[in-house]
Ligand binder design. Structure first.
Ligand SMILES: [Mg+2]
Length: 316
């Protein structure tokens, strides 16, 4: 990591996602929000969030970020074990754990990556589906691990490995790969190209994903109402980015999607924030950010920034 502008965009991936998360949280589980209703950073919602408080999306991303800040390699099994153990501790006390994540983390035999993968597979086999948006929502920090030249392959591998911990459906891995590679490119180049990772998606699913991205560019975020599903969540986030220019407007548009507003805005915020840089997040939003960051620990934007700076110093 070298230039200040690159660091600003790495900070933007994490703070943009946390901002989207906190902005969307009070609007979760509601119908789409028409444009004459203002979207504002406020307290409230189904889980009675504090002003600026982030939710599961950022809380699950923070352990990944902190592992990187400690110089860990994301694909080491010991790192994946640490993530599962930390998430399991978080899920035991959190009020807003998504259904699929709760089922997986609640049924692991031991707090290890192997147990989590087995639990994720068992849930898929039992229910016939496991395509929730809960792994796509935590891709911001994953992208920070491999910012050096020619690291696309390693990032794609790591993104899928971290998705696989809780989600067996291979489309959740595809979505994490596409989004992580787009975030990486946005941090490095300052531009958004969500098609960039398509060659890392298995050949037989590429046309399907390309058609989904096209559809998201034609339709609006609220046209993808099943946004607890990873496919609609990605499409809603991509639509929000494509139909607004500034980071702030993209986040607001994402929140207007209804239903899983905080997660769609967290997903959109990771990529839009990476392109815009943290310096484009308003102070009024930034200063309110806070949330769970470890057992008994509440972090703020300043903590996130310190971890990003350390993580990117280790970035390969
Ligand atoms: Mg949430």
């Amino acid at each position: 990591m070298t230039a200040d502008a690159t660091l600003d965009r790495a900070l933007g991936a994490i703070l943009g996602s946390a901002t989207g998360d906190a902005l969307g949280a009070p609007y979760e589980f509601q119908p789409p929000l028409p444009s004459d209703n203002a979207v504002v950073m406020r307290a409230g919602g189904a889980f009675d969030w504090e002003l600026g408080e982030w939710t599961d999306d950022t809380s699950m991303a923070v352990p990944i970020l902190r592992a990187l800040a400690d110089g860990r390699e994301l694909t080491d099994e010991s790192t994946l074990d640490l993530l599962v153990a930390t998430w399991a501790g978080w899920a035991a006390g959190a009020k807003d754990v998504g259904n699929q994540i709760r089922a997986v983390l609640g049924s692991v035999e031991a707090p290890t990556a192997a147990s989590a993968r087995a639990a994720a597979r068992a849930i898929h086999d039992r229910t016939g589906r496991s395509g929730g948006n809960g792994s796509l929502m935590r891709t911001g920090p994953v992208a920070l691990a491999y910012l050096g030249d020619d690291r696309d392959d390693q990032l794609a591998t790591a993104a899928r490995a971290i998705s696989d911990l809780t989600h067996f459906d291979p489309e959740t891995g595809d979505a994490s790969v596409l989004w992580s590679l787009a975030i990486r490119h946005a941090i490095r180049a300052g531009e958004i190209d969500v098609h960039r990772g398509i060659r890392h998606v298995p050949f037989e699913r590429r046309e399907t994903w390309l058609a989904r991205l096209d559809e998201a560019e034609r339709l609006m975020p609220w046209d993808f109402p099943q946004n607890g599903w990873v496919v609609h969540a990605l499409q809603a986030a991509w639509s929000a980015i494509r139909h607004a220019e500034s980071l702030e407007r993209r986040l607001v548009l994402a929140v207007r999607c209804g239903n899983d507003t905080d997660t769609v805005a967290a997903i959109a915020g990771a990529l839009a924030g990476a392109a815009a840089g943290a310096s484009n997040i308003s102070d009024a939003w930034r200063r309110e950010l806070h949330g769970w960051a470890g057992p008994g620990e509440v972090a703020t934007a300043a903590h996130l920034e310190a971890w990003v700076e350390r993580a990117t110093a280790y970035a390969r």
